[in-house]
Write a protein that binds this ligand. Structure first.
Ligand SMILES: [Zn+2]
Length: 339
């Protein structure tokens, strides 16, 4: 049986939680302790799914992620799995805990049990903790409470003694590498930009949940750099520095066929913007975000040159698709650009 297949926690922890659920021995109250907030939230939801899953045996996986119960929990569509949040407050006060306690003694709506996920449990006020304690002292039988916290010591000892703590240790480098292999975006960075991947591993501090956020930012900066490089070409062509400046700008494009094709397709969009804005100042733009810059560049280049440049880019893309020599394609295009 595979347990919690896509949750980036170590195998021991997956096995411990999975076995307890399968054997019906999962405690009423569990503290999930660790610094990695996204992973904690993911793990808690998957535990909730596993507690309600009906397809584990057939699928050989817990949660199976395919049965109706799993899907409802994972898509947050069941009233029987309730998340208690502090919202934008600094602490988790007594009111949400009291509301939870009231709800707990009502029968579940559709599932055989109810599961409560308390986020940022370490921020509970003492009042809130005392309210929670009353629940944990005599919990309704068909109820599970998952307390997510950074450090369990922030909670009353009386609460800790009534809950089992599952500590989520930071992942090792090898575990982070393994995790990356399961995620296309991370795998692409690991193999395509090994230096960036090393930096990301350092920055995430063993918290796999942070990697995806960092990956998003990495892709964003890569995209910004690509846009800047592409938009520098019409700028250079519009300027007075002549062929050398245009050739310099073209040299900043990727020299690799696949990436160059992407660069050129972005450049064709930029030139399309310029052709349109040269004729109509309200034309919708696809590439430029700075309409004023687009207008100035378009005016400087003029309609005839813009269309010639646009044609040259399309031709270059066709040539690349036909496997023409990359350097040759670029130099032919640059000649057309200088006007
Ligand atoms: Zn299932």
């Amino acid at each position: 049986m595979r347990f919690f297949a896509n949750v980036p926690v170590n195998d021991d922890l997956r096995g411990l939680a999975g076995d307890a659920i399968l054997s019906g021995r999962f405690p009423h109250a569990v503290i999930l302790e660790g610094e990695d907030a996204p992973t904690k939230a993911l793990f808690a939801r998957q535990i909730a799914a596993a507690l309600l899953c009906t397809g584990a045996k057939e699928a050989g996986a817990l949660p199976c992620r395919g049965c109706a119960a799993c899907r409802k929990v994972l898509e947050d569509r069941t009233p029987d799995v309730v998340t208690v949040r502090r919202e934008d407050k600094a602490t988790l006060g007594v009111e949400p805990i009291r509301a939870m306690r009231g709800d707990m003694y009502l029968s579940p709506t559709e599932a055989p049990r109810k599961i409560y996920i308390i986020e940022d449990a370490h921020t509970m006020t003492v009042q809130a903790q005392n309210a929670l304690l009353k629940v944990l002292e005599e919990p309704p039988t068909e109820v599970n409470v998952l307390l997510l916290c950074e450090r369990s010591e922030a909670m009353l000892a009386t609460i800790r003694s009534r809950a089992q703590t599952l500590r989520m240790p930071r992942l090792t480098e090898e575990e982070l590498d393994r995790f990356a292999e399961e995620r296309p975006a991370l795998r692409a960075i690991r193999h395509g930009q090994p230096d960036t991947w090393q930096e990301m591993k350092l920055a995430c501090d063993g918290c796999a949940g942070r990697l995806e956020e960092l990956a998003g930012r990495t892709q964003l900066t890569a995209m910004q750099k690509q846009r800047e490089a592409v938009l520098a070409i019409p700028e250079a062509a519009a300027g007075r520095k002549g062929y050398a400046a245009v050739a310099d700008a073209v040299r900043r494009l990727s020299g690799k066929r696949k990436e160059l094709t992407q660069d050129l397709s972005l450049l064709s969009l930029a030139l399309r913007d310029l052709c349109l804005i040269e004729r109509c100042e309200h034309a919708p733009l696809l590439c430029y975000t700075d309409r004023g810059q687009a207008q100035l560049t378009a005016q400087a280049l003029g309609s005839v040159r813009l269309h010639a440049m646009y044609d040259a880019v399309c031709e270059a893309m066709d040539d690349l698709a036909r496997n023409a020599n990359v350097a040759l394609v670029l130099s032919e295009m640059t000649v057309t650009f200088q006007g």
